[in-house]
Design a binder for this molecule. Sequence first.
Ligand code: NIG
Ligand code: FE
Length: 390
Amino acid sequence: MTTTAITNIASLVTNDPSLCADSPLGPIQDAAVVIEGDRVVWTGESSKAPATDNAVDAGGRAMIPGFVDSHSHLVFAGDRTEEFNARMSGRAYSAGGIRTTVAATRAATDEELAANVARYLAEALRQGTTTFETKSGYGLTVEDEARALRIAARHTEEVTYLGAHIVSPDYADDPAGYVDLVTGAMLDACAPYARWIDVFCEKGAFDGDQARAILTAGIAKGLHPRVHANQLGHGPGVQLAVELDAASADHCTHLTDADVDALAQGSTVATLLPGAEFSTRATWPDARRILDAGVTVALSTDCNPGSSFTSSMPFCIALAVRDMGMTPDEALWSATAGGAAALRRTDIGRIAPGARADLVLLDAPSHVHLAYRPGVPLVHAVWQRGERVV
Ligand code: NIG
Ligand code: FE
């Protein structure tokens, strides 16, 4: 297999904590990375790089691991421009807007849905995202949920069954009947395409008992849990996630001290989604408080047409640094290694021998520019599985 050295990297973020006692980013200055096939095989100082078949001059730019966007909702049709416009003119966000997207998604053809997923993925890749998770949740019938997951599974192995996004409008008078469907025929149809099961545990969606029933049914089918928890208010979501050893509790905007303690004691990652607070003008999650308690934090986009219509991990990093109390180093770690932890993956989110060669070269001398230069397209080149794709 051919080997390629990328040399003359001004600063390399490896996320290998063994390289540096002071920083989990494991930074190397004046660095080189050698890739072979889809893997990284060597990292170190440029002057010590081994001989390779090919060489690429990074031109003194910074290199970081590809972003791991561990929370998105990309299988949908239509958009909600009017809802956003109304919200920015003073109306509050509620989970009810999801119904608008459900109607548009049900009406769309498979081809339209697939084209949408491909479009947002291409958009994310140009901004440095090399791994993403995505969910169903805008179909809410057996057939529509299963087709959403079938389409998602063509693009990623990180597919999440979210039949429990809201109670389907078809079951408005029978929420218990909808939970039976989500844990029965719908689960049977969806499980073959999914790795994860998720539930929106929130007032207006599913309460703690319903969420527990849904997640345990999924676990019994071999799916692994993750939870939309404590986004709009306090509730049982975070503690349920920890109790069931969910890989991630997502949103974590409204946390009690007991919620923070539970996260600190368990192995559930807290995934923060600042695009949602930005786009709904909501209170920011207090990342500082969670980090100081020793909780592992991931940052993701939550890309969806309602509450967070951004595919940009750099944008989320900038918000997390400016408004959520994260340092630029913490935000970058959370958007790469943190996302990998939220997906219980060790092969991504880092640049080290054996890891997947998912690399992003920035038009900047340091990753700090991601927050320092918000809104500026800083991604110069992207390698995904060792192949240069941007
Ligand atoms: O993560 N919280 C639930 N689901 C999405 C919102 C979906 C929508 O508004 O369409 C979220 O923010
Ligand atoms: Fe979400």
